[in-house]
Design a protein around this ligand. Structure first.
Ligand SMILES: Cc1cc2nc3c(=O)[nH]c(=O)nc-3n(C[C@H](O)[C@H](O)[C@H](O)COP(=O)(O)OP(=O)(O)OC[C@H]3O[C@@H](n4cnc5c(N)ncnc54)[C@H](O)[C@@H]3O)c2cc1C
Ligand code: FES
Length: 270
């Protein structure tokens, strides 16, 4: 069992939980994730490691409530315990050999990009963060992100905080002005698709973290399959980080949509 040590609400549907998980914290690397099962009747679902302390034996997860499992976790309290928590899973994020890296985080993807910014900086890169959300009340982890970046650009769709507009616009403006060696983009699939389209025009290598549907997280079930550079890859073991210019975005988006439709049908069954 994995005890919840601290729980915080970051936005209307976004929560942070600090969980006691000594062995995961001891081996965690930026870009990796865990798979949780909250109780005997629960489904397995993945969440990215946002932060951890190997010395104190905890990990931090940030979750957006979208369905049954994330809602259940958001309703758990400090002192409650999670039944299963497996990880760290997936390949760690690739580091850059110094240089200027721009990390783009959209929505809850900001939580996933946080440890990557920190690791890139520790590896000697200059890191610019571009964070985006629909409005200021959904913009999370601003303080934590300021601590792991050299400069931070904020955008909101409605202009309630930072630049009014999308992260892709801020990214394009930055690429017009500055030399950038690598872009890392994490957020909704559609945001990563368009971030990759922007960087392609500037020929800047781009890494994205795919949020395909996952079940076992071990490369056995095939649920998380995606197509990268014309080959079938499993996001759980070959990723979740891939070259954004090589991902078949239309296939990924249609698989995510198909899942949504199936969910809708299941919900409406008599
Ligand atoms: C490697 C990885 C890391 C992730 N890290 C985080 C994270 O740090 N924080 C976070 O909030 N979420 C993260 N996700 C997404 C998270 O796993 C899903 O939101 C969660 O599984 C939904 O479960 P549920 O039971 O609450 O919703 P369900 O009832 O299963 O689904 C509800 C809705 O959510 C959508 N959904 C389900 N699974 C996913 C998915 N994998 N990606 C996008 N939409 C989905 C469905 O289309 C459906 O409409 C990650 C996904 C992956 C693959
Ligand atoms: S989740 Fe089953 S193969 Fe990746």
């Amino acid at each position: 069992m994995f005890a919840i040590l601290k729980k915080e609400q970051l936005a209307e549907t976004v929560f942070s939980v600090i969980v006691e998980a000594e062995e995961v914290a001891a081996r965690a690397l930026a870009g990796q994730f865990v798979i949780l099962r909250l109780d005997e009747t629960g489904e397995r679902f993945p969440l990215t490691l946002c932060d951890w302390s190997a010395e104190e034996g905890w990990i931090r997860l940030v979750l957006q409530v979208v369905g049954r499992s994330t809602r259940k976790l958001s309703l758990m309290e400090e002192g409650d315990a999670i039944l299963d928590l497996v990880g760290p899973l997936g390949r760690p994020a690739e580091m850059c050999d110094g240089g200027h890296v721009v990390c783009v985080g959209g929505g809850v993807g900001i939580a996933a990009i946080h440890p990557i910014c920190r690791a890139l900086r520790q590896a000697g890169s200059r890191v610019t963060g571009i964070l985006g959300a629909r409005s200021s009340d959904l913009l999370i982890l601003e303080e934590e992100m300021a601590a792991v970046t050299d400069e931070l650009i904020l955008t909101t769709d409605d202009g309630s905080r930072g630049i009014k507009g999308r992260v892709t616009w801020a990214l394009e403006e930055l690429l017009k002005k500055e030399r950038v060696d690598l872009v890392v983009a994490i957020g909704p699939a559609i945001m990563m698709k368009f971030s990759s389209a922007v960087t392609r025009g500037f020929e800047v290598p781009t890494r994205v973290s795919l949020n395909s549907i996952m079940l076992d997280g071990t490369g056995m079930c095939g649920t998380c399959r995606c197509e990268v550079a014309g080959k079938t890859r499993f996001a759980c073991v070959d990723g979740p980080e891939f070259d954004g210019h090589e991902v078949d975005w239309n296939l990924l988006l249609s698989r995510l949509d198909q899942y949504k439709e199936e969910e809708e049908i299941a919900r409406n069954l008599p």
